[in-house]
Ligand binder design. Structure first.
Ligand code: TTP
Ligand code: MG
Length: 392
């Protein structure tokens, strides 16, 4: 079984930390972001850790925050600024994996795949966030989402905590039940009524009892308590497809030439998939004839790929099946249903020979340019107007 490496990142006192960064006078001071206390209405969005010492919390009425900490620095929410910082942080995540699921401006899950030194990478991400934005993050490392989120909250701020499978009983079971994501005050009260106070109690509770009282939710909570959480990290990938098409200088029905163009397009798309760390699950062929009639045809793959030869063979089969033989004005390939290359271990894909060859070619191309190395067959392709596409 592949052990997943999932990390959860949550910025510390996010809005307040940004304001402290941007105004050194606020460093080390109680800073409260939210409604205007003079107005008396509205709530606290967040408070710096210095302000939390006075009992100030998110979602608390601002009037109460003012009573608790009258000498605090009260600032309004500057949403645009925080969104910009949030994007900067996301850009860092995407350097490590395309499988990033943001769940708030300051919070995201990352699936780093298997067979990686996850602790090393997670530390590097934490350091990079600090060096590039001047802000501190807490990171939780585990093998599923529930435990990774629990871990990031463990030692806030600047936390770094790992939960391994063998830690669940010792570290997680003693925690109160409401540490489980999804146990709100109501469910907590119900569980307490049945004497279920800790995550361990919940794990050992009768599945039938939980089901009868809480339905499917009861079963889900019990599984979480056992450290079982199969929810995948869902990529909020802005990149949904990578493609390349070419318009010929002269319309052509030269079958061999079209196949050669298809190979060039496949190499370009494969190279860009690999460079960006993706595999594709679907390949689309686009044909346009002299009358500008355009058709597109898709093929789903049995296993995801970023190998030129596989892309080429699939596109060629689509061409043979769907081309009437009429002269073409444009030929294009687009790949979609992208997933991170780190998921390769999840598939049965095992063609090391192919991957090693393309990686060797890639390293020459990234040093000397895409055109620096070509197959003999491709040398006959005449230059034409080509469009690369990366679509979200
Ligand atoms: P959180 O991550 O919950 O809080 P935080 O980052 O301020 O502090 P920490 O994670 O260290 O405990 O929320 C992120 C931001 O979302 C927070 O800075 C402000 C905003 N927010 C609100 O506007 N209202 C709220 O009720 C909460 C909880 C957060
Ligand atoms: Mg936070």
């Amino acid at each position: 079984m592949r052990v997943k490496a999932i990390i959860h990142i949550d910025m510390d006192a996010f809005y307040a930390a940004i304001e402290q960064r941007d105004n050194p006078d606020l460093k080390g001071k109680p800073v409260i972001i939210g409604a205007d206390p003079k107005n008396g209405r509205g709530v606290v969005s967040t408070a710096s850790y210095e302000a939390r010492r006075y009992g100030v919390r998110s979602a608390m009425p601002i009037s109460q925050a003012y009573r608790l900490c009258p000498h605090g620095f009260f600032l309004p929410v500057n949403g645009e600024k925080y969104k910009k910082v949030s994007q900067e942080i996301k850009d860092i995540f995407y350097k490590y994996t395309p499988l990033v699921e943001p769940i708030a401006l300051d919070e995201a899950f990352l699936d780093l795949g298997g067979n990686v030194d996850v602790i090393h990478i997670a530390k590097e991400i934490q350091n990079k966030i600090y060096s590039e934005t001047g802000l501190s993050a807490s990171i939780g490392v585990s093998y599923n989402k529930f435990l990774a989120k629990l871990a990031s909250d463990w030692k806030k701020p600047r936390g770094f905590f790992v939960i391994r499978e063998e830690d669940v009983k010792k570290k997680v079971w003693p925690l109160p039940v409401d540490k489980i994501w999804g146990v709100g005050p109501k469910t907590k009260q119900l569980l307490l009524n049945w004497g279920i106070t800790t995550i361990g109690c919940l794990a050992k509770s009768s599945p039938d009892l939980l089901k009868s009282k809480l339905g499917q939710h009861g079963e889900e909570l019990r599984l979480l308590a056992l450290g079982i959480d199969e929810r995948p990290v869902k990529a909020d990938s802005s990149v949904k497809s990578i493609g390349k098409e070419t318009t010929f200088l002269h319309d052509t029905n030269d079958r061999e030439y079209l196949k050669t163009v298809l190979l060039t397009l496949s190499e370009n798309v494969g190279y860009r998939l690999r460079k960006n760390g993706y595999l594709c699950n679907t390949i689309m062929l686009k044909l346009r004839n002299s009358d500008f009639n355009t058709i597109t045809r898709n093929q789903s793959l049995n296993e995801p790929t970023n190998i030129d030869q596989v892309i080429y063979e699939t596109a060629k089969t689509l061409l043979i099946k769907n081309w009437s033989g009429e002269p073409l004005r444009l030929l294009g390939i687009s790949t979609s249903n992208l997933l991170p290359e780190s998921m390769r271990q999840l598939t049965f894909f095992n063609d090391d020979r192919n991957i090693n060859l393309v990686k060797a070619i890639d390293s020459i191309r990234s040093k000397h340019g895409f055109g620096s190395i070509k197959r003999a067959r491709v040398l006959q392709v005449k230059p034409s107007k080509g469009d690369e596409s990366v679509n979200g």
